[in-house]
Design a binder for this molecule. Structure first.
Ligand SMILES: N[C@@H](CCC(=O)N[C@@H](CS)C(=O)NCC(=O)O)C(=O)O
Length: 201
């Protein structure tokens, strides 16, 4: 299996992290964003959106970090990382949706502005990030993991851009339960870090 990857991408990091946690061997294929490699015809044939990550597994080509996590969890993880019973599956999937929407438009957008110079409404993105973090704080105040009392791909999907939130000027000071959850994730066997993440207690 090959991952078309960008080292500073939290979406790519989701996939690298799950591969680490599940000990799935993966070949990393760096995509040279500075040279626009993600907009070349060859790359657009893999992903017409011109975005990483992309996973290749034999003849299968998959885009979107959430979809890739689901594929890897089901292919290699049995019931552990993504269960198949209706309730468990739906509980995990609601956070996959949160990762693709609220996390992307909150802490991810704020970081895109501050770290990569994207022209977007950074104050709106930071406000969304704090609204979301307050929701996470409330949820995690009474549990160790987002769902099912164990780590699942819900945690893997939401963690990267929350751990990178300070790079977008979003402080995590007011969210002790979120920080404790991130600390638990960092202690999982096979955990892989990413530059720029919050690593305090
Ligand atoms: N929904 C996609 C979003 C992927 C995405 O936004 N990737 C960024 C890097 S983190 C990218 O390739 N941006 C280049 C572009 O949009 O032109 C996912 O979750 O994988």
């Amino acid at each position: 299996m090959r991952l078309h990857d960008l080292v500073v991408s939290g979406n790519c990091y989701k996939v690298r992290l799950l591969c680490g946690l599940m000990t799935i061997p993966i070949e990393i294929q760096p995509v040279d964003f500075m040279k626009g490699a993600h907009k070349t015809p060859a790359f657009l044939a893999l992903n017409p959106h011109g975005q990483v990550p992309v996973l290749e597994d034999g003849g299968l080509i998959l885009r979107d970090s959430q979809a890739i996590l689901i594929y890897l969890a089901r292919k290699f993880g049995g019931e552990t990382w993504l269960p198949t019973d209706p309730e468990g599956l739906a509980r995990v999937m609601q956070w996959m949706s949160t990762a693709a929407n609220d996390v992307a438009r909150g802490p991810n957008d704020a970081r895109l502005h501050d770290k990569f110079g994207y022209k977007l409404d950074v104050e709106a993105a930071r406000a969304k990030a704090h609204k979301l973090l307050a929701l996470f704080e409330d949820h995690l105040a009474t549990r160790d993991w987002l769902e099912l009392n164990r780590p699942t791909i819900a945690d893997v999907a939401c963690y990267p851009y929350i751990s990178l939130a300070p790079e977008g000027g979003v402080t995590l000071d007011a969210y002790p339960a979120v920080r404790a959850w991130m600390s638990r994730i960092r202690q999982l066997p096979g955990y892989l870090p990413m530059p720029g993440q919050y690593v305090g207690s």
